[in-house]
Ligand binder design. Structure first.
Ligand code: ADP
Length: 476
């Protein structure tokens, strides 16, 4: 159902406002949906607060059965569900099917991890004292997510919070709400009780403030820009709402001269084009040893020009559009500024001539990018490779760390000693060595510096939704 989902009922926005979802390939309206505000959010929070006492008292095995059922439904319906994701995000169908399939793993994994939430027994410094620590669900969780991974962004947080025994109020991105509605239908089909999971679309700022202001919302999880993350931090300074934030990135990729440079250049172009570069862990700043710099640039540029660009629904498409006109303007402006600042454009840098509709942008490579260049400093979130040469290992590390962001970094080398030294010196939450998909369902995903607060995924992702309680017995 294309509506808000509050207390187990699909409903219009309380004031009847609506929002059009647009297909980014054709620029046509796909659906008209409710556009709620603060009072819709409050209704959803009240439902989640009322459902909390029942849900937290189910045991982890009972919750596990329900979450596994959701995972099963996601997997068996992945193709149909992915078509909806393609319709609103424009991403290639194969990527969308992969996203639903990986998203299902989060429900499976947290279904089991929830059973290990456990606790701890401590040895006291007095013989007549006993201490233990128990973990309890934190309460209602408000979840605001971005459009780049319409199902993955939701699944990794919804699954962890629900497994921990929390109830949720989710506000997906206004650009990809249909995917969220389809996922919510699966939770409903799996018999997750009314009020445990709620969905509100609408005015992001009003809904965010309503979540911060409501005392039942003990935790908020946000995936999006550093700009909005800071708005939520400001608000939380008044309400003391606990926050986890998954914000931007500007991932460096150090390429040492001992790698197979032709293969690395091709795989780098492929990694950069995934989801049209709209990935917070996407490699952005390629920092390449001077002795292989020209070979890397020409190899990557050649590979970037091979991609089939087009409608994600077309099975031959390898590269879809950006999500909206604003995002394309952002990418085009950074590329333009970067070239004006001394970067050399090797390919791309414009809209594809054969596509007159859609928010498409050609895969682009700009080399000779210096650290003061906008392409080095700002997150691009588009299919653009920025390449910078280096001479020494120390220089490469300094260039890589010269950013306010600290989410992901990559290193390509077969030199064992250099791989240990460099990976330990990088100031990032995730370091991939000789691979582009370093993150995993079972491993913590979190940003250092301006890239975030707290963790998603892995055992750490579950802990975000659990409070610790010390129980101390005296006079034993
Ligand atoms: P992006 O630039 O990647 O779209 P945003 O940070 O703008 O990232 O959006 C991520 C999510 O944050 C979306 O769900 C959006 O609706 C929401 N959002 C935007 N502005 C605010 C705000 N002022 N308060 C709370 N959420 C917001």
């Amino acid at each position: 159902m294309n509506k808000n989902y509050i207390n187990g009922k699909w409903q219009d926005a309380l004031h009847g406002n609506t929002w059009n979802v647009v297909n980014p390939c054709r620029e046509t309206v796909v659906a008209t949906l409710p556009f709620g505000g603060a009072d819709d959010a409050q209704a959803a929070i009240s439902a989640a607060a009322a459902a909390f006492s029942g849900w937290k008292n189910t045991n982890a095995w009972q919750r596990s059965d329900l979450l596994r059922q959701v995972a099963h439904l996601m997997r068996t319906n992945a193709k149909t569900l992915a078509a909806v994701t393609v319709e609103e995000s424009g991403k290639p169908l194969a990527e969308a099917i992969g996203e639903w399939t990986v998203a299902a793993q989060f429900f499976d994994w947290y279904a089991e991890e929830g059973k290990r939430a456990g606790g701890q027994t401590l040895l006291a410094n007095r013989n007549n004292k006993r201490m233990s620590i128990i973990h309890q669900p934190i309460g209602v969780v408000g979840i605001i997510t971005a459009w780049n991974f319409p199902v993955w962004n939701l699944a990794r947080v919804w699954a962890a919070a629900l497994a921990a025994g929390c109830t949720i109020v989710a506000k997906p991105s206004e650009y990809t709400p249909l995917t969220a509605m389809r996922l919510m239908e699966l939770l409903e089909a799996a018999d997750i009780p009314a009020g445990v999971a709620n969905l509100v679309l609408g005015d992001a700022a009003a809904i965010g403030q309503a979540m911060l202001a409501h005392p039942a919302v003990r935790k908020m999880h946000f995936v999006g820009s550093t700009r909005v993350g800071k708005i939520l931090l400001d608000g939380a300074s008044q309400t003391n709402t606990k926050l986890s934030l998954e914000l931007g990135g500007n991932a460096p990729c150090i390429i040492l001269p001992d790698t197979d440079i032709a293969a690395t250049a091709t795989s780098a172009a492929l990694a950069k084009s995934r989801n049209c570069g709209q990935v917070c862990v996407s490699p952005q700043r390629f920092i390449v040893h001077r002795s292989v710099y020209d070979a890397f640039c020409s190899g990557a540029s050649e590979a970037l020009q091979q991609f089939n660009i087009g409608d994600g629904a077309d099975p031959v498409t390898q590269l879809g559009p950006l999500i909206n006109a604003r995002q394309r303007e952002h990418v085009a402006a950074i590329v333009q500024e970067s070239v004006a600042a001394g970067g050399t454009l090797l390919c791309g840098g414009k809209r594809p001539a054969h596509l007159d509709k859609g928010y498409f942008y050609e895969p682009t490579l700009v080399k000779d990018v210096r650290p003061d260049n906008p392409l080095f400093r700002r997150e691009i979130f588009g299919p653009v490779m920025s390449v910078t040469p280096f001479d020494t290992q120390e220089e490469a590390i300094a260039l890589a760390n010269d950013t306010e962001y600290g989410l992901a970094a990559y290193l390509w080398t077969n030199n064992l000693k250099a791989s240990v030294q460099i990976s330990e010196a990088l100031e990032f939450g995730i370091v991939g060595i000789n691979e582009w998909a370093a993150h995993a369902v079972e491993a913590p995903f979190g940003g250092w510096k301006q890239s975030g607060l707290g963790y998603e995924c892995g055992a750490e992702g579950l802990q975000e939704y659990l409070e610790k309680k010390l129980i101390s017995v005296g006079g034993v």
